[in-house]
Design a protein around this ligand. Structure first.
Ligand code: SF4
Ligand code: SF4
Length: 177
């Protein structure tokens, strides 16, 4: 079944006219796949509610709303305009080509297995492998893309101000009186 899902990825109907369920990713995240199959089986058994799918045939409760950025552990760095210069740095990776702010993916929240791991958690950029435009619209990989250049520049300005104000507030809270 997984092979069938992969072959028919990003088609909402198969050549036989049957509805297709897409669990995107390269490779799809195992827990997303199992959870989708479990939801369908529970529904067919009359135990669970009807699972909802979006216009791309993806499980809506997993892919429709959230972006990778929303739950990325490096989001605070993005907000304060602090960015990585090299792989291995702890800051936001958008300057190295991360697509997380515009990619629908729950890996930063779910992790790879049992909430462990994940692309940005492990220091790698998001290359948008769950998106229908992948890979062509995400290339060249590992380069800051034009939209990210604009947003990171804005974030550097507003974020540095915010960070300075927070440091002042932090210093105040470090004093007992
Ligand atoms: S750009 Fe990438 S690394 Fe930076 S906060 Fe967003 S998802 Fe995380
Ligand atoms: S590369 Fe991006 S879209 Fe693909 S699994 Fe990692 S975080 Fe999700």
């Amino acid at each position: 079944m997984r092979i069938l899902l992969s072959i028919l990825l990003y088609s909402t109907y198969s050549m036989l006219g049957l509805p297709v369920i897409n669990v995107p990713g390269c490779s799809p995240i195992g827990e997303n796949f199992v959870k989708t199959v479990a939801a369908i089986l529970l529904y067919l058994q009359g135990i669970g509610p009807a699972p909802q799918f979006d216009e791309l045939g993806r499980p809506a409760w997993i892919f429709s709303i959230q972006t990778a950025y929303e739950s990325c552990s490096r989001g605070g760095f993005y907000e304060e305009g602090v960015f990585a210069k090299n792989y291995g740095d702890k800051e936001c990776l958008v300057t190295l080509g991360c697509w997380g702010p515009v990619v629908q993916c729950n890996v930063p929240r779910r992790g790879w297995i049992n909430a462990i791991g994940g692309c940005m958690q492990m220091g790698r950029i998001c290359i948008g492998c769950t998106m229908p435009g992948f890979p062509d619209k995400m290339t060249p990989f590992f380069e800051e893309h034009p939209g990210a250049l604009i947003s990171s520049t804005v974030s550097r300005v507003t974020g540095s101000l915010m960070r300075s104000l927070r440091m002042i507030s932090m210093q105040d809270k470090l004093r007992k009186k």
